[in-house]
Design a protein around this ligand. Structure first.
Ligand SMILES: O=P(O)(O)OP(=O)(O)OP(=O)(O)OC[C@H]1O[C@@H](n2cnc3c(O)ncnc32)[C@H](O)[C@@H]1O
Length: 169
């Protein structure tokens, strides 16, 4: 049994798709970082906090956390994503996801203190982008959706755990 620390459909669907052999349960886990993480460190910490919460507050032996944020490289603001998995031995696995520069107009909205989800909904004239294709889907013409991106993060986590378990058999 695996617990995902979010009710966001893109995250829950990604976990169900990658961990096909496991029963997946969901819990609304606090990230304990800002609503809009502004660095890799903060985004990664949000993922770790959610994974730990998901494991400790459910009967699952494995907890997973997925977190989206933004970070600067020079003057450019990038979308960033992190995943964490904590297993039955309390080993924590980490992996990052898609990272690409956001358009200047999106960066300006974030610098005004708005959340990326709000800025993206305004930019696209729709509601709930974060539950569907995500910013990554919008800016890749949906070649890569938010769920696909999280699936890639989860495959890295699943694969790292499989490698580790194999070595320690
Ligand atoms: O329900 P939870 O799990 O909290 O899912 P979320 O999408 O609201 O929250 P995240 O913690 O993953 O992301 C942090 C913030 O970054 C935003 N965000 C991150 N990635 C995004 C994306 O691909 N599209 C739209 N908004 C995104 C959104 O504003 C979130 O409030």
């Amino acid at each position: 049994m695996i617990a995902i620390g979010s009710l966001n459909q893109t995250k829950v669907n990604a976990v169900a798709a990658v961990f096909k052999q496991n029963e997946v349960i969901t819990i609304d886990a606090p990230s304990a970082v800002s609503n809009q993480p502004f660095s890799d460190e903060e985004t990664q910490l949000g993922a770790i906090n959610r994974a730990k919460f998901a494991k400790s507050q459910t009967k699952a032996l494995i907890g997973v956390g997925l977190e989206g944020g933004v970070m600067f490289i020079g003057q450019r603001l990038y979308l960033t994503n992190w995943g964490a998995l904590i297993d039955e031995t309390d080993t924590i696995y980490l992996a990052s996801g898609a990272r690409f520069p956001l358009p200047e107009v999106i960066k300006q909205g974030l610098l005004e203190g708005k959340e990326l989800a709000i800025v993206m909904d305004h930019y696209t004239g729709t509601k709930g982008i974060r539950h569907r294709e995500g910013a990554v889907g919008v800016f890749t013409n949906e070649l890569l959706t938010r769920q696909m991106m999280f699936e890639h993060v989860l495959l890295q986590l699943q694969g790292q755990k499989a490698y580790h378990d194999q070595l320690n058999k």
